[in-house]
Design a protein around this ligand. Structure first.
Ligand SMILES: NC(=O)c1ccc[n+]([C@@H]2O[C@H](COP(=O)([O-])OP(=O)(O)OC[C@H]3O[C@@H](n4cnc5c(N)ncnc54)[C@H](OP(=O)(O)O)[C@@H]3O)[C@@H](O)[C@H]2O)c1
Length: 336
């Protein structure tokens, strides 16, 4: 039996996440996973790994029959989709962190998994270290998931925390987030809610079987939250947070959106500060459950990739149970 599959990895990307995976695998020899080759973009960059490991030719990895897993952690969503689809079609399993690529191409990626029978896992793409996708798939495999609300973007949460706790204005807080590496140099993706809605779109698939392009969801970011708003909220003893929401309505439809919201201090999400993420799930019998952890960073993200690799040894696949085995829920923009 092939229960403990030996993993020979082709790694795409050696940035924050890619190098984290390289280091984490060095510290987990029991996984029996080895990186055979790493594909990067700029050959001139200095790397903290042996030079012979690197190539800029993607086909060296994609055409190597010994490589049975592609780990794709690059920052170019078009190139990422090309790599991931070629790998699946070539009979390789894939682990990816590229949330934008997944959100923009989910219908195609679902089709490719079905067509090839290969596995595509992406736990690290939403909430990094928090194991939310596999829990939604496996643990909440029923129709009693009443609601899910979450803070899924660490940069905006960091900015809002600094505006509330240190009374910084928006620009000062954003600059601090950039200096500490929590926000992109072009922060539009984070600040205007694109990153959060990208993650929310595929979390909705695992929670409710909804497959929808992110731009079809109602969303906005924190670009219009002012220091004055923070002051008023503080006076009323509440926070403002960028909250992703999904709520099953009485008519069976699911209302979903990503918007800045007032959050009372006794709400679980009020506990989520700085670059952390949190997810509150409310289900029929268990009542509320709260997942909390680091939503970004080299090792926290690599930890979720490691968990996906470990699952691949047992041929684990997402079954998309809510989509394929239950009647998928319908999305609505109405909250009634
Ligand atoms: N950083 C986080 O905390 C985090 C958390 C969850 C998910 N993610 C996602 O993980 C992915 C990687 O993020 P990151 O922070 O590690 O990015 P990063 O530090 O900017 O690194 C990106 C890497 O991708 C490589 N690359 C870009 N285009 C490529 C191509 N066409 N072929 C081969 N390599 C290519 C770059 O090569 P060079 O080194 O040669 O420039 C670089 O090594 C992104 O999709 C991001 O959204 C990141």
């Amino acid at each position: 039996m092939d229960a403990h599959k030996q993993l020979t990895i082709g790694l795409f990307g050696f940035g924050v996440v890619g190098e984290g995976i390289y280091r984490v695998l060095q510290q987990t020899p029991s996984l029996k996973a080895t990186i055979k080759k790493v594909c990067i973009k700029n050959p001139g960059k200095k790397r903290n790994a042996p030079a012979e490991l690197f190539t800029t030719d993607k086909d060296v990895l994609l055409n190597d029959p010994e490589i049975n897993v592609i780990v794709e952690v690059i920052d170019d969503s078009n190139a990422a989709f090309d790599i991931v689809s070629t790998a699946l079609k070539g009979g390789k399993d894939v682990v990816s962190s590229s949330k934008k690529m997944i959100a923009e191409n989910l219908p195609e990626l679902l089709g490719l998994q079905e067509l090839t029978g290969r596995s595509l896992l992406y736990e690290s793409a939403a909430c990094a270290s928090i194991p939310v996708i596999r829990n939604l798939e496996e643990y909440y495999d029923n129709d009693l998931l009443h609601s899910m609300k979450a803070i899924v973007n660490g940069s905006t949460n960091f900015i809002l925390t600094k505006m509330f706790e240190e009374k910084l204005d928006f620009q000062e807080a954003l600059l601090m987030a950039q200096q500490l590496g929590f926000a992109e140099s072009n922060p539009k993706l984070d600040v205007e809610g694109y990153d959060a809605v990208n993650k929310w779109s595929f979390l909705l698939t695992h929670a409710y079987g909804i497959v929808e392009y992110p731009e079809k969801l109602v969303f906005t970011g924190i670009q219009n939250v002012q220091g004055g708003d923070a002051k008023v909220a503080r006076e009323k003893n509440i926070d403002i947070k960028l909250v992703a929401n999904a709520q099953k309505l009485q008519n069976g439809k699911v209302a979903a959106f990503v918007l800045p919201q007032f959050v009372k201090h006794d709400d679980h999400l009020a506990f989520v500060k700085n670059e952390y993420n949190g997810v509150v799930i409310e289900s029929g019998f268990a009542d509320k459950q709260f997942f909390y952890g680091k939503g970004a960073g080299s090792f926290p993200t690599a930890s979720a990739v490691l968990s996906d690799l470990s699952a691949l040894r047992y041929q684990y696949k997402y079954e998309y149970k809510k989509l394929k085995h239950h009647r998928p829920n319908e999305l609505t923009n109405s909250s009634m």
